[in-house]
Design a protein around this ligand. Structure first.
Ligand code: 5GP
Ligand code: MN
Length: 342
């Protein structure tokens, strides 16, 4: 755990400030929940707070309290630049290095001499003026709860804040089942319910919002599933054509990789998703036990993340990316077979 210049930060925030809070590119439940949860808290403390996101987020996250106030850097560039120019301090949530907001936004952010404050649970964070980094945390939302507790302000968590933080903890822990879920996570969740988070409604808003075409896309993904039992590995591919045929919308492939990981005996699961617009194949890696997909993604696919959940990309074609991936597996045979399975 790194806690850098926290005392200075708490002094700095004793008077009202103009604060900008930023989440990562392709924001997920934790990115949106943590940035908006922190915003609700800061607003209550008398600060002026604006949340910026690099690009769009899936429909199933649009109901989150405060989401309508978010400016998107790719669409509302002027508003974003104005907010940044006015800001006293910039908070970076749920990512560990500036490039995770994308090149355009990174180049803009680098022009500002503001102090940056990081709150994040990813490995190997870059250095910023103020830091709260802890890779053992289930989610950045859990860290925002801790952060509010460090200010002795838990009683300022209202229903909106509780709803935001509950959402990110739920999505980043796979509904409280990943290894990162501790008794402390459950205690925080219990407190957030006491403070007004409607757990059944939040779950339903996130997980019961499938379109028919999303289920058909899932059907295609499962049809494409390939299993390599000798490496305890399974992977899924989705080509751009398959996405187009099933009216793909952002967020439709979220969680699909977990079906590959749900196979008995499989400890390494991957999904390769062709993105013609960006000219890349976007890859999600998941593992069980000691096999680190963070290391694997960093070493071979220009990515990173956590030990058991990471992402990356490839500039090769979908077929060549998959062929490259398969050619790497023999090098990891021992590690894969040694990783425990549940
Ligand atoms: P997902 O597979 O759900 O997109 O991402 C899983 C985890 O890996 C997340 O914590 C995410 O922040 C991280 N991640 C995803 N894609 C990338 C990437 O391209 N680079 C890095 N460094 N991390 C990524
Ligand atoms: Mn997260």
């Amino acid at each position: 755990m790194i806690l850098k210049n926290f005392k200075e930060l708490s002094e700095y925030l004793k008077v009202p400030r103009n604060i900008v809070i930023i989440g990562h590119r392709n924001p997920d439940g934790d990115a949106l929940g943590s940035t908006l949860g922190l915003k609700h808290y800061f607003d209550k403390k008398g600060h002026k707070t604006q949340v910026l996101m690099p690009n769009e987020y899936p429909d199933f996250l649009h109901w989150i309290p405060g989401s309508k106030t978010v400016y998107r850097f790719d669409r509302q560039n002027n508003q974003c630049v104005k907010a940044l120019s006015k800001s006293d301090i910039i908070f970076l949530l749920d990512f560990n290095a500036l490039h995770r907001v994308g090149d355009d936004m990174k180049n803009t952010l680098e022009k500002y001499e503001n102090d940056f404050a990081l709150i994040d649970h990813h490995q190997q964070p870059d250095d910023f003026t103020y830091m709260y980094s802890d890779t053992s945390m289930s989610s950045t939302c859990q860290m925002v709860y801790n952060f509010i507790e460090m200010f002795d302000d838990l009683d300022l968590i209202d229903e909106d804040t509780a709803t935001c933080l509950y959402t990110g903890i739920m999505t980043d822990t796979g509904s409280f089942r990943f290894r990162s879920t501790t008794s402390r996570t459950h205690r925080i969740i219990a407190d957030l319910i006491d403070k007004g988070a409607k757990n059944d409604r939040i779950h339903s808003n996130i997980y019961d919002s499938n379109s028919h075409s999303r289920l058909l896309l899932l059907g295609q993904a499962l049809t494409n599933l390939k299993i390599y039992p000798e490496y305890k590995t399974a992977f899924i591919t989705l080509s751009q054509n398959e996405k187009d045929e099933n009216n793909y919308e952002k967020g439709d492939t979220e969680g699909v990789v977990n079906y590959a990981l749900s196979l008995k005996g499989i400890i390494f699961a991957v999904i390769f998703i062709e993105d013609r617009e960006q000219g890349i194949v976007k890859i999600s890696f998941r593992s069980k036990g000691t096999f680190s997909v963070n290391k694997f993604a960093r070493s071979h696919f220009n990515g990173g993340g956590h030990d058991n959940a990471a992402g990356g990309k490839s500039n090769l074609s979908l077929d060549d990316t998959v062929a490259n991936f398969i050619s790497l597996l023999p090098n990891y045979k021992q590690e894969l077979l040694a990783s425990y399975e549940e």
